[in-house]
Design a protein around this ligand. Structure first.
Ligand code: SF4
Length: 81
C-alpha cells in the first residue's frame, strides 16, 4: 500500500487505522474536543466535499478528518466549517 510522502502514513486508512488514530488523539492530555454533534456536522460537510480523499484525508491540509473534525479548534482550510 502506498504511503504519504510527507508523513509516511499509509494513504488509504482502514477503519481500524482511523479508530486507533482517533483513540490516540482523543486520549492525549490537554486536547480539547468538539462535542459529538459538532463533530458529526463537520464530518458531514467533509463527506460531501470534493477534497476528501479515500473517505478520510483532506487533500488541502493532509489531515485525517475523523481526527481533525473532533478537535475543538479544528478548522477547515477551505472555510467550509
Ligand atoms: S476540511 Fe474542508 S476542504 Fe478538507 S475535506 Fe473537509 S470540508 Fe473539504
Amino acid at each position: 500500500m502506498g504511503k504519504c510522502k510527507r508523513c509516511g502514513l499509509k494513504t488509504v486508512l482502514s477503519k481500524s487505522d482511523i479508530d486507533k488514530m482517533v483513540s490516540e488523539v482523543t486520549s492525549m492530555k490537554g486536547v480539547r474536543l468538539a462535542d459529538e454533534n459538532l463533530f458529526l456536522k463537520r464530518f458531514d460537510v467533509c463527506s460531501l466535499c470534493d477534497k476528501l480523499m479515500y473517505g478520510s484525508t483532506c487533500a488541502v491540509c493532509g489531515c485525517v478528518m475523523q481526527v481533525r473534525a473532533r478537535l475543538s479548534d479544528g478548522r477547515c482550510p477551505e472555510k467550509k466549517w
